[in-house]
Each structure stands twice: as C-alpha cells, then as structure tokens.
Ligand binder design. Structure first.
Ligand SMILES: C[S@@+](CC[C@H](N)C(=O)[O-])C[C@H]1O[C@@H](n2cnc3c(N)ncnc32)[C@H](O)[C@@H]1O
Length: 244
C-alpha cells in the first residue's frame, strides 16, 4: 500500500500507544492486554483498518490483533478504531482529542483497559510477531488482499508460502482457521496449491465472492476490496482448517 508520508506520524502513534502491543526481540507482551479472556484472532496486513473495525464489532466474542508493517498505514487503522470506540478524535494539528477534552500531543493517552475494546495493534513484520506467540494460541488468522509478490524470486514473501503456513499451523489451535481474500488469480492459485501441500485442510473456496452465499453472508469489505469491486474485479476467497 503506497501512502504519502503522514504528518506528525511518530507523535500520533505515541498518543494512542495504549492500543499497541509492546514487543521486544524475544517477547510480545500479550498477557492481560485485553479486559476479557476470549479466543484470539489475528489479521495480517490490516491496512487502514476497515476489516478489523468491522469484524471486531460484528463478532465481539473474540479478541483481535491487527498486524501491519507500515507505520503510516497502521496509524490510520488505530485512529479509525479509537474513534469507533468513542475514544476521541484526531484534531487538525495531529493531536488526539479525548472525550473529556484533554489534548494528547505526543504523550500517551492512558486509556483504561476496559475502554480499549477487543482489538490491539502491532506495527511490524507478521512473521516476526507470530514467532513470539505460543503454540495453539490463535483461533483464526485472516489475510485480506495481501501483496501477491508476482516475481518468482519473491515467492517466499507471499503470505501463503509454505514457511508462513507452517508458522500459522503452529500458532493456531486445533481446528483453527485460515481465511483469505484476494483479487489476484495467480496468487489465489498459488495459495490453493500451497494449502493443498500443507497440514491445512481446504474447507471451501470461491472465485466470485459476491456470487457465493457462503462467502458473501456477513462479509466485511476491506478498503482494497471496495476498490477492486468498483473496477469489476471478482473477489476470490478461501477457508482452510488446521487439523492437528
Ligand atoms: C494490499 S494491502 C491490503 C490492506 C487491507 N488488508 C485491505 O484489504 O484493504 C496489504 C497490506 O498488508 C501489509 N503487509 C503485507 N505483508 C505483510 C507482512 N508480512 N507483515 C505485516 N504487514 C504486511 C502491507 O503493508 C499492506 O498495508
């Protein structure tokens, strides 16, 4: 996702740092970050956050971690989420205006855990973050419109490359699901093949999400999805389960 560099980026992330997960090289601080214990879902490459905001509202019985490696992009997602939770809004100068009128301008807004809702964010590479999670700790993994990396030399960067699938298989609990949507035919074919050769069981798939009752029911559109649909591109989707 290409974006012009956002103004006040570092301070805007600092204002809402209460919604981010702290990580060191060897650990991710996830214990006690949510007010309620619920099964954990992960979205890889959350972009500007439409999907994570939508699904965390429509399926609130889960906790969610949204991963995104581009700081300027995840910032839009976090601010969108915070506003949707009634935690305030961005002012014209990049400060965060809390509901009680306090302005956070490069200082952490210490949002009480109960008010933070069921989503936390992490800015970084998905593979590094997943490597910090315990085995069998995740209920589902979502990846929407991830980069297809069409050149042969970059195959290992595709989020359905066997190296990624192995890591998903490790962190997912038995019966856990991998759910994917894409506009890209070659990437979809690659993903079907890669899943077919993995420990995952392909449960169902479609090459036209809007024509599929199963996939269109309750579907939450992402920013990219809306854009591709407006160009008449059919959305491909699949669900795969880990049996272990
Ligand atoms: C094409 S965009 C799609 C964004 C959003 N999911 C949507 O559908 O609108 C893919 C996003 O995934 C992020 N991304 C891709 N690979 C990633 C990885 N390995 N770790 C973290 N983020 C990643 C990119 O930075 C980009 O913002």
């Amino acid at each position: 996702m290409r974006m012009r560099k956002k103004k006040n980026g570092a301070k805007r992330i600092q204002n809402l740092s209460a919604l981010f997960i702290n990580c060191t090289e060897n650990s991710a601080e996830i214990d006690g970050i949510f007010a309620d214990e619920r099964p954990l879902r992960i979205e890889i490459g959350c972009g500007k956050g439409d999907f994570i905001c939508g699904i965390s509202e429509s399926e609130p019985e889960y906790n969610y971690i949204a991963l995104e490696r581009v700081g300027d992009v995840i910032m839009s997602a976090v601010e969108k989420y915070a506003t949707s939770k009634g935690l305030g809004r961005l002012d014209d100068h990049g400060a965060w205006l809390a509901p009680d009128g306090t302005l956070y301008d490069g200082e952490r807004y210490d949002i009480p855990t109960v008010n933070r809702g069921n989503v936390r964010f992490h800015c970084g590479e998905a593979k590094s973050f997943l490597s910090l999670l315990p085995d069998n700790s995740v209920e589902s993994i979502y990846t929407n419109f991830s980069d297809p990396w069409p050149k042969k030399g970059y195959t290992s960067r595709r989020l359905t490359h066997s190296d990624f699938l192995k890591e998903y298989a490790r962190v997912l609990m038995p019966g856990g699901m991998l759910k994917l949507k894409t506009d890209n035919d070659s990437f979809f074919d690659f993903s079907l093949e890669s899943i077919g050769e993995s420990e995952f069981e392909l449960i169902s798939y479609t090459r036209d999400l809007d024509a599929s009752d199963e996939f269109s029911k309750g579907n939450i559109e992402t920013e990219y999805e809306r854009n591709f649909k407006s160009q008449g591109i059919r959305i491909k989707a699949l669900k795969a389960r880990i049996n272990k």
